[in-house]
Design a protein around this ligand. Structure first.
Ligand SMILES: Cc1ncc(COP(=O)(O)O)c(C=O)c1O
Length: 438
């Protein structure tokens, strides 16, 4: 335990660690500052000053079973004790690949990578290698990781709000260091709009390799699509012979074992899985039809897919333990019922104080939009959110021991007692924000 305050830790971290953090996505969006943890267990963690929080950040939504989950920890320890070799596959690798293929509709075959960004990068390369075309259609506002191809327009803050839904979106927020040249390799279209997607395919179809989208958008809050839209996308992709990619790095396993694609009943050609797949141990999966995945093994002109730590044994061990738990018949019904009840209870609490906030949740992911009492269904609806009050609300949450950053998550370790304790703290937050507004 340290006698230093959090701000002193932030200052000393920034001396050697650029910005005081290992990832620029780690600066808390409400406080502007990174957080430092000393330990984590179940639904809670302790920061460097010894303060304990009920965690709704759960490592960017990667921890579905709770921190330090005993079975996952045991599997990783066993792998360490037996003497693991990251650079060679094992029986456990094959077993995990089988489990993923049995669970996820798009997965006829898979390859392991280490991060979601690496996964979406390989998915794009597979679409291009398979089709022999270069253009990618992507969705305005969807996040796919930190590689150059999809960094512009990657969050609701970088959506082209001038696009009224009849044409393609302009490039917004290409960050420093990303070549302008890459703009010509993507066509950006609004989400849940089949007309503009059809226009993209009609005008550029013979140059389009693939379409990439998130099936459930938890990156910007909790934004949903529909079976009709996804079925329409599937039909258009088939008609134009274009590879359909679902990025399920964040949505995977949040609504069930078959992921967002199983929830909506629409199967892509390729999907990318990560985060919850291994409950906080680095490992991701690119999965797809055998025909497309076999382009990796093309004897003449293969898609290159490989890396020193691809399929590292610690991630494999964790993933095997995770999928064993998720496949238990009572896991999802119990867990998702508890999460849904919590969202309803939180909304009732908010309403009982006539506090202006809307809770929107699906599966293990949710969001609290502050400043509105109506559903927030599109990125344009975000204009109803009160940004100042949002900051005040979540800063007060953090002060009172409820940790929020991005990707709001309820894990299976958030039991009734924890969620009950969280609701008491939320009540304290609401009264505090209301009294400070007077
Ligand atoms: C939808 C989505 N795709 C891709 C990524 C990138 O994953 P990683 O951070 O493991 O590179 C993320 C990360 O937040 C994500 O939410």
């Amino acid at each position: 335990m340290s006698s230093k305050g959090l701000s002193q830790w932030q200052r000393s971290a920034a001396r050697y660690l650029t910005g005081g953090m290992s990832s620029s996505f780690r600066a808390n969006q409400f406080t502007g500052e990174p957080m430092y943890a000393v330990s984590a267990g179940g639904p809670r963690f302790r920061d460097v000053t010894g303060k304990e929080y009920i965690d709704f950040f759960m490592c960017h939504g990667a921890v579905l079973l709770g921190h330090d989950q005993p079975a996952v920890k045991q599997a990783v320890i066993q792998s360490l004790e037996k003497g693991f070799y990251a650079g060679l596959d094992s029986e456990d690798t094959i077993e995990f690949a089988r489990k993923v293929c049995e669970a996820v509709p798009a997965a006829e075959q898979i390859r392991f990578v280490n991060s979601g960004s690496e996964g979406t990068l390989l998915a794009l390369r597979l679409a291009r290698g398979h089709s022999g075309r270069d253009l990618i259609v992507r969705i305005d506002g969807h996040f796919h990781g930190g590689h150059d191809y999809l960094l512009a327009n990657n969050l609701a803050a970088k959506v082209d709000y001038d696009n009224e839904g009849r044409g393609f979106s302009r490039v917004i927020g290409r960050t420093a260091g990303v070549p302008e040249l890459l703009d010509s390799l993507a066509v950006t279209v609004p989400w849940n709009n089949l007309g503009v997607l059809e226009k993209a395919l009609r005008e550029h179809g013979d140059r389009i390799a693939g379409i990439i989208m998130n099936v459930i958008d938890y990156n910007n809050g909790c934004f949903l699509t529909s079976v009709d839209y996804l079925s329409g996308v599937r039909d258009l992709a088939d008609k134009h012979n274009v590879v359909l990619i679902f990025d399920e790095v964040l949505s995977g396993f949040k609504t069930g074992l078959s992921c967002g694609q199983g929830y909506y009943g629409v199967t892509p050609d390729i999907c990318v899985l990560g985060k919850a797949l291994t409950n906080d141990v680095p490992l991701c999966v690119v999965a797809g039809s055998t025909k497309i995945m076999q382009k990796i093994m093309d004897p003449v002109d293969p898609v290159i897919a490989g890396g020193t730590f691809s399929g590292n044994q610690l991630g494999i061990a964790a993933g095997n333990a995770v999928l064993e738990i998720l496949a238990q018949p009572d896991f999802y019904p119990t867990f998702l019922h508890r999460a849904r009840t919590f969202y309803e209870q939180l909304q009732s609490l908010i309403d009982s104080y006539s506090f202006p906030a809307w809770v929107q949740g699906l599966g293990a992911g949710f969001h609290v939009f502050v400043g509105t009492r109506e559903p927030v269904l599109s990125y344009a609806d975000l204009a109803r959110v009160d940004r100042e009050m949002t900051k005040r609300f979540f800063r007060t949450c953090i002060e009172k021991g409820l940790y929020f950053h991005t990707d709001f998550t309820v894990s299976a370790a958030h039991d009734e007692a924890t969620l009950g304790a969280a609701l008491e703290r939320f009540e304290d937050v609401i009264t505090s924000v209301l009294s400070s507004a007077v």
